[in-house]
Write a protein that binds this ligand. Structure first.
Ligand code: GLU
Length: 456
């Protein structure tokens, strides 16, 4: 028998969720899931929920949860609502009771060793290693005896032996034959829940309309759809499973190793918009490109443009993109970041505009700030050039034509031109071999500072 998921109509405003377990900081692959959900919600005037899947109390921490929020905020992803599963155990208990009463959740007493032995036997016989439902055949007396002997049950969801179909918004028409699956364990011996039941209960209670997540969850989907049905949600959400990012080596990214963590990229000075653009657009038919704002990226993004092939993430590409993003950022968009570094006042904007094209990281602007505002070490001019330069230095007010007028006068006096003239002047004024256009920098350095740097 086949049973197709008939999701709620797409006309209502979508509700989506990003559901990390706070057992580590998020990496760029997790950020991809968050952004894809966030953009989907923004595009359709919907709601984006941040849900912490922290039922594993051993490994989940408050620090990681806070850290994930910080990482998302850095990317510009601000949830409309948030909650944690550890606050909702009563709801999972109620759902489990309901399933039990409907005969869909049953106690099992096998130890891991017993299960492993069964599995090996099945494989040896050439049979699929599917749980044999032996626990369903236990009599009440046998169960009582097992419990009297100290055995505690874990609980399995009794799957209907049918093919479950759904129309995946990325992968298209999809199906899984539940007859070939083991009944999944929903609750452990100690009463704690595995991810499956809490996730479905929360998706129902928070009115989630679209479950958008990595394709590593495709295999969970049929079970979850059956759970939606079993818990009375006749129209389960739409599902979309996006492809996963792999590292340059083709291997998956792991939260535990900290590979390409968002926190690490932030500390390395990578631009958040570059991380977001690469995370969202890699492995889709939309070209990865520098963007100027998150809304611009949200506008480019299209769920249906995501491909089914895995998407290789290249760190060198990220670094190059970060620079291109940085070079295109308006002063408005960095004003707060500059102010946080005390780059304020009337010079802040013109300095940003003239120096941004020379930056590798945003923080490097501090160096150019010290060139126009601070004390720096410079390289002295040769005597003859120095004398001519000091003599020809025009009076203020200065503007972008001052440099040309000044250097023309020095050329006249010394016969020096081209690099022989400009390079020593650059070293004397900025102490740096290269940098932004001196015509723009000179008025920001100002006459008094220029004079003193040249020893005038
Ligand atoms: N906590 C799960 C994960 O991080 C959520 C999966 C889902 O989106 O359903 O993989």
């Amino acid at each position: 028998m086949t049973h197709r998921a008939q999701p709620s109509p797409a006309t209502i405003a979508p509700v989506v969720r990003f559901a990390p377990s706070p057992t580590g900081r998020i990496h760029i692959g997790n950020a991809r899931t968050a952004l894809v959900n966030f953009f989907f919600a923004k595009k359709h005037g919907g709601k984006f929920i941040l849900r912490f899947d922290d039922t594993d109390s051993e490994r989940s921490t408050e620090e990681y949860a806070l850290g994930i929020e910080v990482d998302l905020a850095w990317l510009g992803v601000i949830p409309d609502a948030k909650f944690r599963q550890s606050d909702r155990f009563a709801h999972y208990g109620a759902a489990a009771r309901r399933l039990r009463e409907a005969g869909r959740l049953y106690p099992c007493y096998e130890t891991p060793e017993e299960l492993e032995r069964k599995r090996r036997l099945q494989i040896a016989r050439g049979a699929p290693p599917v749980y044999d439902r032996a626990a369903l055949k236990l009599t009440a007396a046998e169960r009582t005896a097992l419990e009297a002997a100290g055995r505690k049950p874990h609980w399995r969801f009794k799957l209907a032996p049918e093919v479950v179909r759904w129309d995946d918004l990325v992968r298209g028409d999809s199906h899984i034959d539940c007859a070939s699956l083991s009944d999944p364990v929903l609750a452990r011996e100690d009463g704690s829940y595995l991810y499956t039941l809490p996730s479905v209960v929360d998706d129902i209670d928070s009115g989630v309309t679209h479950i958008i997540r990595g394709e590593d969850h495709v295999t969970n989907t049929a079970v979850q759809i059956q759970l939606f049905w079993a818990l009375g949600a006749e129209k389960p959400p739409h599902f979309a499973h996006h492809n996963l990012l792999t590292g340059a080596d083709g291997q998956g990214l792991s939260k535990r190793t900290g590979a390409l963590s968002i926190a690490g990229l932030r500390e390395a000075g990578v631009e958040p918009l570059a991380v977001a653009a690469l995370a969202a657009l890699t492995g889709s038919s939309i070209a990865v490109q520098p963007v100027h704002s998150l809304p611009e990226l949200a506008g480019l993004f299209d769920l249906s443009a995501m491909s089914r092939n895995s998407a290789r993430f290249d760190e060198a590409e990220l670094r190059a993109l970060s620079q291109r993003v940085l070079h295109g950022l308006s002063y408005e968009s960095v004003r707060d970041r500059l102010a946080a570094r005390d780059i304020v006042g009337f010079k802040a904007e013109p300095l940003w505009v003239c120096a941004r094209g020379n930056l590798t990281r945003c923080a490097d602007i501090l160096d150019w700030w010290s060139v126009v505002e601070g004390d720096i070490t410079v390289v002295a001019l040769p005597d003859d050039l120095r004398a001519a330069a000091l003599k020809a230095l025009p009076p203020e007010p200065w503007d972008e034509t001052t440099w040309a007028a000044w250097t023309a006068a020095i050329r006249e006096a010394t016969g020096l031109k081209g690099k022989a003239l400009f390079h020593p002047l650059r070293l004397a004024l900025t102490g740096r071999e290269a940098g932004p256009e001196l015509a723009k920098l000179l008025p920001l350095i100002g006459r008094a500072r220029a004079l003193s740097r040249m020893g005038g």
